[in-house]
Design a protein around this ligand. Structure first.
Ligand code: DOR
Length: 432
């Protein structure tokens, strides 16, 4: 068969191991793997790693409602430049992604984007924490992850109901499972706080959000996972306490999974010293001890996935004083480099946390994260693990530039991204 595309000369790393081979693609599928393959277009991968495409479990694409900060098209472009072939879009849009109509709108807008955009949906109507969203109807549209991200479900009884309900959705999903993902933060403890509560918040006079606001909700949801048998995914773990709780829950066999963001293993609360709101984020940047615990969790597998929590905000919003500015920072285009530069993880394990493990959690492992093998959908990332470059928010594809790593030198850069068989990034340039 004549191939549309050949990735030539790379080192393939996937869940089955490593090998040096060319990869040929036609009609969206890998059609050959071997030496000296030919095709209509060749992507050179000398010195590069070829891996299953990355999957981000956590991105705010802001559409509908906040198109001045980001759109699905611009967010997907940034994602593709970061090597992501799929991103799970968070539901805190306006209107919220809690009805079939809004999920359909997001799917329509995502058609033709530079990566697959997988909508999550809210657990509760309007993310208000009072009534369950129409989860069965949303699951029927393909939603596999539900979250009220931006806030956690505060009501214990409602969260238990949501978990019970989510484990009975198989008739609406052709048997696929659905996961409830939690932003763990007890509002009554963190309300009125703008950064991590500790030595730095005292020094700066900024009210704090204590670590136990996260730990307590993780603890509760572990108890509820045990009671209901339902799957719980913990979003953006940021405290040493919550990492340890998840470690123990996994050791006892509970169906829990977890992610950590790049900023929670690369930045501490000391970054807030200049009152620059670019470092304001929820959950907040924590201490050295927490950063070390998050890294250890990623290394020993307690934390399954590296996520971005890409949260674009306009300059107009983000340049407000620290207490008034919205929380969040860009993440899609810097994630791989930060992971390669800051984590002491062998490549196969690092890629596992960026590709096949999140793909499984998102329920999209039929098309993302699978082995680089004949017959598999061609969602692939080609990156140079040695390239050194300097991060710049303005150079990013995002409509916003609230990047907390301005000027930081990092190692590892995406060279090509292939989504559904199409080269959407070639030599670092996005094509759509
Ligand atoms: O920092 C954050 N920004 N944390 C969240 O939970 C929400 C997000 C956003 O939407 O901006």
């Amino acid at each position: 068969m004549n191939a549309d595309l050949v990735i030539r000369g790379g080192r393939v790393v996937d869940a089955t191991g490593e090998r040096r081979t060319d990869v040929a693609i036609a009609d969206g599928v890998i059609v050959d793997v071997g030496d000296d393959l030919a095709g209509d277009r060749v992507l050179e991968a000398d010195g590069c790693v070829v891996s299953p495409g990355f999957v981000d479990l956590h991105a705010h694409l802001r559409q509908p409602g906040k198109e001045d900060a980001e759109t699905i098209a611009t967010g997907a472009r940034g994602a593709a430049l970061g090597g992501f072939t799929a991103v799970v879009a968070m539901p805190n849009t306006d209107p919220c992604m809690d009805t079939a109509a809004v999920i359909r709108e997001v799917l329509d807008l995502a058609d033709g984007a530079a990566c697959e955009v997988v909508p999550s949906a809210a657990i509760t109507v309007g993310r208000a924490g009072e009534h369950l969203s129409p989860m069965a109807e949303l699951a029927q549209l393909g939603v596999r992850m539900f979250t009220d991200d931006g806030t956690g479900v505060q009501d214990d009884r409602l969260m238990k109901r949501a978990l019970e309900y989510s484990s009975g959705l198989a008739p609406f999903t052709d048997g696929a499972s659905v996961t409830l993902a939690q932003h763990c933060e007890v509002d009554s403890l963190s309300e009125g706080g703008f950064m991590h509560e500790g030595a730095w918040s005292s020094k700066l006079g900024i009210p704090g959000q204590p670590a136990e606001a996260e730990d307590l909700m993780v603890m509760r949801d572990i108890a509820l996972a045990r009671a209901t048998g339902a799957r719980v995914h913990f979003q953006h773990l940021s405290t040493a306490g919550s990492v340890e709780l998840v470690r123990r829950a996994k050791a006892s066999g509970l169906p829990v999974t977890a992610e950590a963001t790049t900023h929670h293993f690369t930045l501490t609360d000391a970054a807030c010293a200049g009152y620059d709101p670019v470092f304001k984020v929820h959950p907040p940047l924590r201490t050295d001890t927490d950063v070390a615990a998050v890294k250890a969790g990623l290394i020993d597998g307690t934390i399954d996935a590296i996520a971005t929590d890409h949260a674009p905000h306009t300059r107009h919003d983000k340049e407000k004083p620290f207490d008034q500015a919205p929380p969040g920072m860009l993440g899609l285009e810097s994630a791989l480099a930060l992971a390669l530069t800051e984590l002491d993880l062998p490549l196969p394990q690092l890629i596992a946390r960026m590709s096949w493990q999140p793909a499984r959690i998102a329920g999209i492992d039929d098309r993302h994260g699978g082995p680089v093998a004949v017959g598999r959908p061609a969602n692939l990332t080609v990156f140079d693990p040695a390239q050194v470059w300097t991060i710049s928010g303005e150079a990013m594809a995002s409509k916003s530039d609230n990047c907390p790593y301005e000027g930081r030198e990092v190692r590892g850069r995406v060279r090509h991204t292939v989504t559904a068989g199409e080269a959407v990034v070639i030599d670092g340039e996005v094509q759509r």
